[in-house]
Design a protein around this ligand. Structure first.
Ligand code: ADP
Length: 413
């Protein structure tokens, strides 16, 4: 009898325990859901606030570029350079936070574009060569003939990883070289697995310190931050981006000898064989520029002044339209090679104007379509997509440096 009772009690206890476990599971799932929601809200907030900060930064950096072209004393020029340096540092931080927020809130999606790997690598070298040269460091890339050049994927994000790693390599190298090497690990079913290694002859990283890398806000020690600056976000972002490309990231390093940061990526091979246009980047030489005529569509007077001064200095012919409607009229009556199109404008915005231009081209069966570059403070992915779906060829986020604009024009033309 007594054993039966204890069995009954035992079963009751198990049933109570089961109920408690179920309750705990529900609580846990609710808490997790709440944590997920608040994490997503935090990321959305960060994405929005970063966007808002970019707009006034546009004014600061834009004014720097206008002021720089006026007559200044040496002391004033020095102060102005500090403003520029700080502004640019702040922008890099904002961009990194924005990227991380987008990754964490799942808003970052990769694009599928056809691109030439060599063109992208040339672009990276163009962007970083002055920095390397300034430190007396050799910068180059190596690729081999078996690597397919025409690929399908997100070239901007691929380039972002390479730039992050190569920038670090230059930053942490005093003398010697930084090279970017590409290997083909696998080619199956039209998917190429590439390994990109960024090899430097810099300060190197110890075994214990390697553990700390690739985590957000992680730097090896605070003295590194003081000496070299940085937020510790670059590697974390690169890791996320390479995993979005079904790849990995890692480092091999010897203290005092140098580091090799590498990452892998899976990219589709463009089956329509097209020979890479290696000449694309070198096309932007002076004689060509003098013949290029550009329509700048911008309502803000300050931005108009800054962009047109930058472009005229490069030898381009510039015409200006204050809004999309005027731009459309000018497009109909002139023969431009390129349009730089602001997005937010009164009367007719950049998106609508671009759609109208593309519609005219389609209606008249024009094959050689005019290049349109969007120039805007919008940096959220969906706005970027909106520009590209409207028919724009490229995209430059404000505030930009004169060199970024010139490089992009060279690239597009
Ligand atoms: P940041 O450069 O903004 O500090 P990263 O995430 O790009 O952030 O890098 C994190 C840390 O990794 C750096 O602070 C530095 O200590 C170390 N590091 C990155 N790249 C190199 C390199 N090529 N050589 C030596 N140390 C490096």
């Amino acid at each position: 009898m007594s054993t039966d009772k204890s069995k009954e009690e035992f079963l009751k206890e198990i049933s109570n325990l089961n109920k408690k476990i179920q309750q705990l599971e529900t609580d846990l799932s609710n808490t997790r859901e709440k944590a997920d929601i608040s994490n997503r809200l935090k990321s959305m907030f960060l994405a929005n606030i970063s966007h808002e900060i970019r707009t006034p930064m546009n004014g600061i950096i834009g004014m720097y570029n206008v002021l720089k072209q006026t007559e200044l004393t040496d002391v004033q020029r020095e102060y102005l350079n500090i403003i520029n340096l700080s502004g640019n540092n702040l922008l890099t931080i904002i961009d990194d936070i924005l990227d991380l927020a987008k990754i964490e809130s799942g808003q970052l999606e990769l694009e599928h574009n056809i691109f030439s790997l060599k063109n992208e690598l040339n672009h990276v070298i163009t962007l970083l060569k002055d920095k390397a040269k300034g430190k007396g460091i050799e910068l180059f890339y190596k690729t081999s003939p078996e690597i397919p050049d025409s690929l399908i994927g997100d070239q901007t994000r691929l380039k972002q990883i390479i730039i992050n790693l190569a920038n670090n390599a230059i930053k942490y190298t005093k003398e010697g070289s930084v090279s970017i090497e590409i290997e083909l690990l696998n080619l199956k079913n039209n998917i190429a697995e590439l390994k990109l290694s960024i090899i430097d002859t810099g300060i190197g990283i110890s075994h214990e310190d390697k553990e700390k890398l690739f985590k957000a806000f992680s730097q090896i020690d605070s003295s590194t931050t003081r000496k070299y600056g940085g937020t510790g976000l670059g590697l974390a972002i690169s890791k996320h981006l390479s995993s979005l490309m079904n790849g990995n990231i890692g480092v091999d390093s010897v203290v005092g000898k140098g580091s090799t940061f590498w990452f892998t990526a899976h990219l589709e091979v463009d089956s329509v064989i097209d020979t890479p246009s290696e000449t694309k980047l070198t096309k932007g030489h002076k004689e060509q520029k003098e013949r290029l005529s550009i329509l700048l569509v911008e309502d803000n007077l300050l931005n108009q002044k800054f962009a047109s001064a930058t472009l005229r200095k490069e030898g381009y012919n510039i015409d200006i339209a204050e809004n999309g409607k005027i731009a459309l009229e000018k497009y109909k009556n002139n023969n431009y090679d390129l349009i730089l199109m602001d997005i937010q404008m009164p009367v007719m915005d950049g998106i609508e104007a671009t759609k109208e231009i593309r519609a005219i081209e389609d209606k008249n069966n024009i094959k050689d379509k005019i290049k349109i570059i969007a120039i805007t403070a919008y940096v959220i992915e969906k706005d970027r997509k909106m520009c590209l779906t409207a028919g724009m060829d490229e995209y430059l986020a404000k505030p930009f440096k004169p060199k970024e604009l010139i490089d992009l024009i060279d690239y597009v033309m």
